[in-house]
Design a binder for this molecule. Structure first.
Ligand code: ADP
Ligand code: ADP
Length: 218
Protein backbone atom coordinates (compact mmCIF):
# COMPACT_ATOMS: atom_id res chain seq x y z
CA UNK A 1 0.00 0.00 0.00
CA UNK A 2 1.08 3.57 -0.75
CA UNK A 3 -0.20 6.37 1.48
CA UNK A 4 0.31 9.98 0.42
CA UNK A 5 -0.88 12.48 3.02
CA UNK A 6 -0.94 16.25 2.68
CA UNK A 7 2.00 16.10 0.28
CA UNK A 8 3.29 19.48 -0.85
CA UNK A 9 6.29 20.11 -3.12
CA UNK A 10 7.69 23.35 -4.49
CA UNK A 11 10.34 24.10 -7.07
CA UNK A 12 11.46 27.53 -5.95
CA UNK A 13 8.24 29.52 -5.75
CA UNK A 14 6.28 27.19 -8.03
CA UNK A 15 3.92 24.77 -6.35
CA UNK A 16 4.21 21.36 -8.10
CA UNK A 17 2.21 19.26 -5.61
CA UNK A 18 -0.39 20.94 -3.43
CA UNK A 19 -1.67 19.22 -0.28
CA UNK A 20 -2.20 15.90 -2.06
CA UNK A 21 -3.76 12.98 -0.20
CA UNK A 22 -4.56 9.52 -1.60
CA UNK A 23 -4.08 5.82 -0.91
CA UNK A 24 -3.07 3.16 -3.45
CA UNK A 25 -4.37 -0.28 -2.52
CA UNK A 26 -2.93 -3.71 -3.30
CA UNK A 27 -4.48 -6.05 -5.85
CA UNK A 28 -5.56 -3.27 -8.23
CA UNK A 29 -4.06 -1.33 -11.07
CA UNK A 30 -4.40 2.30 -9.98
CA UNK A 31 -4.04 4.92 -12.68
CA UNK A 32 -2.43 8.24 -11.83
CA UNK A 33 -4.01 10.54 -14.38
CA UNK A 34 -3.38 14.18 -15.16
CA UNK A 35 -2.04 16.46 -17.90
CA UNK A 36 1.67 17.04 -18.39
CA UNK A 37 2.97 19.15 -15.53
CA UNK A 38 0.21 18.06 -13.12
CA UNK A 39 2.74 16.75 -10.58
CA UNK A 40 2.64 12.99 -11.17
CA UNK A 41 6.39 12.45 -11.57
CA UNK A 42 7.17 14.72 -8.63
CA UNK A 43 4.81 12.71 -6.43
CA UNK A 44 6.42 9.43 -7.52
CA UNK A 45 9.89 10.84 -6.94
CA UNK A 46 8.94 11.80 -3.38
CA UNK A 47 7.47 8.33 -2.74
CA UNK A 48 10.81 6.89 -3.94
CA UNK A 49 12.78 9.16 -1.67
CA UNK A 50 14.47 10.92 -4.59
CA UNK A 51 13.09 14.28 -3.49
CA UNK A 52 12.19 15.51 -0.03
CA UNK A 53 8.66 16.78 0.56
CA UNK A 54 8.13 20.37 1.68
CA UNK A 55 5.19 19.14 3.75
CA UNK A 56 3.26 15.93 4.25
CA UNK A 57 4.30 12.31 4.01
CA UNK A 58 4.57 9.54 1.43
CA UNK A 59 4.69 6.05 2.94
CA UNK A 60 5.08 2.61 1.42
CA UNK A 61 3.88 -0.21 3.65
CA UNK A 62 3.62 2.33 6.46
CA UNK A 63 7.21 3.58 6.21
CA UNK A 64 9.10 6.28 4.35
CA UNK A 65 11.40 5.00 1.59
CA UNK A 66 14.44 6.34 3.41
CA UNK A 67 13.86 4.07 6.40
CA UNK A 68 13.81 0.83 4.39
CA UNK A 69 16.89 -1.34 4.69
CA UNK A 70 16.38 -3.03 1.34
CA UNK A 71 14.10 -0.66 -0.59
CA UNK A 72 14.22 -2.50 -3.93
CA UNK A 73 12.61 -5.50 -2.24
CA UNK A 74 9.70 -3.32 -1.16
CA UNK A 75 9.13 -0.90 -4.01
CA UNK A 76 10.25 -0.91 -7.64
CA UNK A 77 9.79 1.89 -10.11
CA UNK A 78 10.14 2.80 -13.73
CA UNK A 79 10.69 6.54 -13.74
CA UNK A 80 12.57 7.76 -16.78
CA UNK A 81 13.46 4.81 -18.98
CA UNK A 82 15.22 7.01 -21.52
CA UNK A 83 17.74 7.90 -18.82
CA UNK A 84 19.16 4.38 -18.57
CA UNK A 85 22.51 4.85 -20.23
CA UNK A 86 25.72 3.25 -20.84
CA UNK A 87 28.14 0.98 -22.47
CA UNK A 88 27.27 -1.87 -20.14
CA UNK A 89 25.14 -4.80 -21.16
CA UNK A 90 21.60 -5.19 -19.89
CA UNK A 91 22.67 -8.15 -17.75
CA UNK A 92 25.65 -6.28 -16.28
CA UNK A 93 23.43 -3.31 -15.44
CA UNK A 94 20.99 -5.59 -13.58
CA UNK A 95 23.78 -7.58 -11.86
CA UNK A 96 25.21 -4.34 -10.56
CA UNK A 97 21.82 -3.21 -9.26
CA UNK A 98 21.20 -6.60 -7.67
CA UNK A 99 24.59 -6.64 -5.97
CA UNK A 100 24.25 -3.15 -4.52
CA UNK A 101 20.76 -3.97 -3.23
CA UNK A 102 21.39 -7.36 -1.63
CA UNK A 103 19.43 -9.22 -4.30
CA UNK A 104 20.55 -12.68 -5.48
CA UNK A 105 22.05 -13.00 -8.96
CA UNK A 106 19.41 -15.57 -9.97
CA UNK A 107 16.78 -12.81 -10.06
CA UNK A 108 18.58 -11.19 -13.00
CA UNK A 109 17.88 -14.07 -15.39
CA UNK A 110 14.35 -14.31 -14.09
CA UNK A 111 13.47 -10.67 -14.73
CA UNK A 112 15.23 -10.63 -18.13
CA UNK A 113 12.96 -13.53 -19.13
CA UNK A 114 9.93 -11.83 -17.65
CA UNK A 115 10.40 -8.67 -19.75
CA UNK A 116 11.45 -10.50 -22.91
CA UNK A 117 15.06 -9.30 -22.98
CA UNK A 118 16.80 -12.64 -22.37
CA UNK A 119 18.11 -12.87 -25.93
CA UNK A 120 19.66 -9.40 -25.90
CA UNK A 121 20.94 -9.57 -22.31
CA UNK A 122 24.60 -9.39 -23.36
CA UNK A 123 24.12 -6.44 -25.74
CA UNK A 124 25.12 -2.92 -24.80
CA UNK A 125 22.26 -0.74 -23.55
CA UNK A 126 23.57 2.09 -25.74
CA UNK A 127 22.12 0.31 -28.78
CA UNK A 128 18.70 -0.30 -27.22
CA UNK A 129 15.52 1.20 -28.65
CA UNK A 130 13.20 3.15 -26.34
CA UNK A 131 10.95 0.10 -26.08
CA UNK A 132 13.90 -2.06 -24.99
CA UNK A 133 14.91 0.58 -22.44
CA UNK A 134 11.36 0.57 -21.08
CA UNK A 135 11.56 -3.19 -20.69
CA UNK A 136 14.96 -2.91 -19.01
CA UNK A 137 13.62 -0.28 -16.62
CA UNK A 138 10.74 -2.58 -15.78
CA UNK A 139 13.18 -5.45 -15.23
CA UNK A 140 15.02 -3.24 -12.72
CA UNK A 141 11.75 -2.41 -10.98
CA UNK A 142 10.89 -6.14 -10.71
CA UNK A 143 14.38 -7.19 -9.63
CA UNK A 144 13.71 -7.19 -5.89
CA UNK A 145 10.30 -8.87 -6.34
CA UNK A 146 8.66 -5.91 -4.56
CA UNK A 147 5.04 -5.75 -3.40
CA UNK A 148 4.67 -2.18 -4.61
CA UNK A 149 5.37 -1.02 -8.18
CA UNK A 150 5.21 2.40 -9.79
CA UNK A 151 5.43 3.09 -13.49
CA UNK A 152 5.69 6.65 -14.77
CA UNK A 153 4.21 6.95 -18.29
CA UNK A 154 5.33 3.42 -19.23
CA UNK A 155 3.66 3.33 -22.65
CA UNK A 156 5.30 6.51 -23.96
CA UNK A 157 6.97 5.80 -27.27
CA UNK A 158 5.91 2.17 -27.43
CA UNK A 159 4.33 0.42 -30.41
CA UNK A 160 0.90 -1.23 -30.04
CA UNK A 161 2.42 -4.59 -29.17
CA UNK A 162 4.57 -3.04 -26.45
CA UNK A 163 1.56 -1.17 -25.08
CA UNK A 164 -0.46 -4.39 -24.96
CA UNK A 165 2.41 -6.15 -23.21
CA UNK A 166 2.63 -3.42 -20.53
CA UNK A 167 -1.13 -3.60 -19.93
CA UNK A 168 -0.99 -7.37 -19.48
CA UNK A 169 1.99 -7.09 -17.13
CA UNK A 170 0.23 -4.50 -14.92
CA UNK A 171 -2.80 -6.79 -14.73
CA UNK A 172 -0.66 -9.80 -13.83
CA UNK A 173 1.19 -7.87 -11.10
CA UNK A 174 -2.08 -6.64 -9.59
CA UNK A 175 -3.62 -10.12 -9.77
CA UNK A 176 -0.61 -11.37 -7.80
CA UNK A 177 -1.77 -9.00 -5.06
CA UNK A 178 0.81 -6.27 -5.62
CA UNK A 179 0.15 -2.55 -5.38
CA UNK A 180 0.47 -1.03 -8.87
CA UNK A 181 0.48 2.72 -9.59
CA UNK A 182 0.79 3.72 -13.24
CA UNK A 183 0.81 7.31 -14.47
CA UNK A 184 -0.48 8.61 -17.77
CA UNK A 185 -1.75 11.83 -19.31
CA UNK A 186 -4.03 9.78 -21.60
CA UNK A 187 -7.56 9.13 -20.36
CA UNK A 188 -8.14 6.50 -23.06
CA UNK A 189 -5.06 4.56 -22.05
CA UNK A 190 -6.09 4.64 -18.39
CA UNK A 191 -9.59 3.42 -19.26
CA UNK A 192 -8.03 0.30 -20.80
CA UNK A 193 -5.54 -0.32 -17.99
CA UNK A 194 -6.76 0.83 -14.60
CA UNK A 195 -9.33 -0.41 -12.07
CA UNK A 196 -9.07 2.66 -9.90
CA UNK A 197 -7.92 6.14 -10.77
CA UNK A 198 -6.42 9.10 -8.94
CA UNK A 199 -6.77 12.25 -11.05
CA UNK A 200 -4.66 15.34 -10.38
CA UNK A 201 -4.36 18.77 -11.95
CA UNK A 202 -1.94 21.56 -10.95
CA UNK A 203 -0.76 19.35 -8.12
CA UNK A 204 -4.20 19.03 -6.55
CA UNK A 205 -6.49 16.03 -6.21
CA UNK A 206 -9.41 16.17 -8.66
CA UNK A 207 -10.87 12.67 -8.31
CA UNK A 208 -10.14 9.41 -6.51
CA UNK A 209 -12.60 6.83 -7.77
CA UNK A 210 -13.14 3.64 -9.73
CA UNK A 211 -12.34 3.77 -13.43
CA UNK A 212 -15.91 2.83 -14.35
CA UNK A 213 -17.30 5.67 -12.23
CA UNK A 214 -14.91 8.15 -13.87
CA UNK A 215 -15.82 6.96 -17.37
CA UNK A 216 -19.52 7.28 -16.50
CA UNK A 217 -19.00 10.98 -15.71
CA UNK A 218 -18.01 11.78 -19.30
P1 ADP B 1 3.86 15.40 -14.51
O1 ADP B 1 4.67 14.20 -14.15
O2 ADP B 1 2.42 15.28 -14.13
O3 ADP B 1 4.04 15.81 -15.95
P2 ADP B 1 5.82 16.91 -12.96
O4 ADP B 1 5.82 16.36 -11.60
O5 ADP B 1 6.90 16.49 -13.89
O6 ADP B 1 4.39 16.62 -13.62
O7 ADP B 1 5.82 18.48 -12.89
C1 ADP B 1 5.00 19.23 -11.99
C2 ADP B 1 5.39 20.72 -12.09
O8 ADP B 1 6.68 20.90 -11.56
C3 ADP B 1 5.41 21.26 -13.51
O9 ADP B 1 4.96 22.61 -13.46
C4 ADP B 1 6.87 21.19 -13.86
O10 ADP B 1 7.19 22.16 -14.81
C5 ADP B 1 7.55 21.46 -12.53
N1 ADP B 1 8.86 20.77 -12.42
C6 ADP B 1 9.07 19.44 -12.53
N2 ADP B 1 10.37 19.16 -12.32
C7 ADP B 1 10.99 20.33 -12.08
C8 ADP B 1 12.33 20.71 -11.79
N3 ADP B 1 13.31 19.81 -11.71
N4 ADP B 1 12.59 22.03 -11.59
C9 ADP B 1 11.61 22.95 -11.67
N5 ADP B 1 10.32 22.67 -11.93
C10 ADP B 1 10.01 21.38 -12.13
P1 ADP C 1 24.09 3.03 -6.11
O1 ADP C 1 23.86 4.08 -5.07
O2 ADP C 1 25.04 1.96 -5.69
O3 ADP C 1 24.41 3.58 -7.46
P2 ADP C 1 21.25 2.54 -5.97
O4 ADP C 1 20.66 1.27 -5.50
O5 ADP C 1 21.10 3.74 -5.10
O6 ADP C 1 22.76 2.22 -6.32
O7 ADP C 1 20.58 2.93 -7.33
C1 ADP C 1 21.21 2.73 -8.56
C2 ADP C 1 20.15 2.75 -9.63
O8 ADP C 1 19.04 2.00 -9.18
C3 ADP C 1 19.62 4.10 -10.03
O9 ADP C 1 19.58 4.18 -11.44
C4 ADP C 1 18.23 4.15 -9.44
O10 ADP C 1 17.37 4.91 -10.27
C5 ADP C 1 17.85 2.70 -9.46
N1 ADP C 1 16.90 2.37 -8.39
C6 ADP C 1 17.03 2.60 -7.07
N2 ADP C 1 15.96 2.18 -6.39
C7 ADP C 1 15.13 1.63 -7.31
C8 ADP C 1 13.86 1.02 -7.25
N3 ADP C 1 13.21 0.86 -6.08
N4 ADP C 1 13.31 0.56 -8.39
C9 ADP C 1 13.97 0.70 -9.56
N5 ADP C 1 15.17 1.29 -9.70
C10 ADP C 1 15.74 1.75 -8.58
Amino acid sequence: MIEVTGLTMRYGDALAVDDLTFVVKPGLVTGFLGPNGAGKSTTMRVILGLQAADAGTALVGGRPYGSMREPMREVGALLDAGAVHGGRSAAAHLWCLARSNGIGRARVGHVLDQVGLAEVASRRIAGFSLGMRQRLGIAAALLGDPGVLMFDEPVNGLDPEGIRWIRELMRLLADEGRTVLVSSHLMGEMALTADHVVVIGRGRLIADTTMSELVARF
